[in-house]
Design a protein around this ligand. Structure first.
Ligand code: XIL
Length: 385
């Protein structure tokens, strides 16, 4: 691919500073040829800082972390060890959603999330909050209980209770998640979610205002998917997202950042770096920070051969990260999981041939895959923040 060789050349020019980097250059070349492994000893790699994704990211002034949850971190010690080695931010994958926290309209169950916050303190991880307001993962009682008369009370109570409980301990909150839907939303792109139905578009502003009061320190993020490709639906979504941001800012709504979920498909060819760069610039020019919040690369539709599959997945990570990390407003990269042992894509985007999916940096045995090396290289090549 032309873009790849151009970026590859630039990458090779950026290296060559210091002995450690010389080691990295051979890693780069090998990996670009599709070899996932490296030719240096583990200690030489460690010296070069290639022993943790978080470490490579933090050298460039941004954060790396991954989604995980109580279930795996509390029961799988080997996984937990790899997790704390690689991550600086922990994102509860499901633990902070309404369904997890709200056994009934009047109750909260913080047992597992408290455990995660303690885990984060113990291993010096930051915590990300995902998510306060979403149309999915609502508890069963929601549809029988919440209506246009009481929706505001429920929404405010939930945000005050959850963001309030963890105030001062959260790096950033996805205050509102996936409020846009094209083409099935309203003409302005807003999703016809229960919240929109009950409260009108004001629910978004209200959520940000209440979150700002409940935890003034956490960065307040609007998070959404389907934004990165050169397709008509992604273009429409980018357009609707920018209009939404403009509207929120015009009303003085205290939003501070935009989260681009980034669920990529390795088989997708409609990637236009310039259009993505422009979108990132548009957001940054509004004074907002950007987070890559749920990065993973589906291998659905790729050949079965593992070496080939892993290389294509790694290429997709590299191509995407090379573009987004060029934008200085991007302050964090989070993958949606760390190891193929635990990925939502096993269920949501399984392969037709039934083989286990391989979308994440570590394989199911917790070994580094070409994707891990591609991410480390992209981080290492990123301009300093
Ligand atoms: C997913 C989780 O990974 C799954 O375990 C769960 O069954 C459904 O939700 N966008 C989001 C995330 O914002 O919360 C979703 O997480 C993936 C898509």
């Amino acid at each position: 691919m032309a873009i790849q060789s151009r970026l590859g050349r630039r990458r090779l020019l950026q290296i060559g500073i210091g002995a450690a980097i010389a080691g990295c250059s051979s890693i780069r070349q090998r990996s670009r040829q599709g070899f996932g492994s490296h030719s240096l000893s583990p200690s030489a790699l460690a010296t070069a800082g290639f022993n943790s994704l978080a470490q490579v990211a933090s050298r460039k002034g941004f954060f790396y972390g991954a989604a995980s949850d109580y279930a795996m971190l509390s029961s799988d010690a080997q996984f937990a060890a790899r997790y704390v080695e690689n991550c600086r931010i922990l994102v509860p994958e499901n633990g902070l959603k309404w369904r997890a926290l709200r056994p009934s309209p009047t109750e909260f169950d913080f047992t597992k999330t408290d455990w995660l916050f303690d885990f984060a303190v113990k291993y010096s991880l930051q915590m990300r909050g995902h998510t306060l307001v979403w149309h999915l993962s609502l508890p069963r009682w929601f549809s029988e209980t919440v209506n246009s008369r009481n929706a505001e009370r429920h929404l405010v109570h939930h945000i005050e209770s959850v963001a309030g409980r963890y105030a001062g301990k959260v790096h950033s909150w996805d205050v509102v998640n996936e409020a846009i839907e094209v083409p099935d939303g309203r003409p302005d792109g807003l999703r016809k979610s229960p919240w929109l139905e009950f409260l009108g578009e004001e629910y978004i502003d209200l959520s940000f205002r209440v979150a700002a009061q409940a935890d003034p320190e956490a960065l307040r993020v609007y998070n959404d998917y389907g934004l990165q490709y050169d397709t008509s639906s992604h273009a429409a979504k980018r357009h609707a997202a920018l209009r939404l941001l403009e509207r929120l800012q015009a009303k003085g709504t205290p939003i501070q950042a935009f989260g681009i979920q980034s669920h990529l498909r390795a088989s997708e060819t409609r990637f236009n770096a310039e259009k993505l760069r422009q979108f990132l610039r548009d957001i940054a020019s509004m004074g907002l920070k950007i987070l890559i919040t749920e990065l993973d690369v589906s291998d659905q539709g790729l050949p079965a051969d593992i070496e080939q599959r892993d290389r294509l997945v790694a290429d997709a990570y590299r191509e995407y990260l090379d573009v987004v990390l060029d934008e200085p407003a991007v302050i964090a990269v989070l993958t949606w999981g760390l190891s193929d042992r635990y990925t939502w894509l096993s269920e949501f985007k399984p392969r037709e041939d039934g083989l286990p999916v391989r979308p994440l940096p570590l394989d199911e045995n917790l070994e580094r895959k070409p994707a891990w090396w591609a991410i480390a290289q992209a981080f290492d090549n990123a301009p300093l923040r």
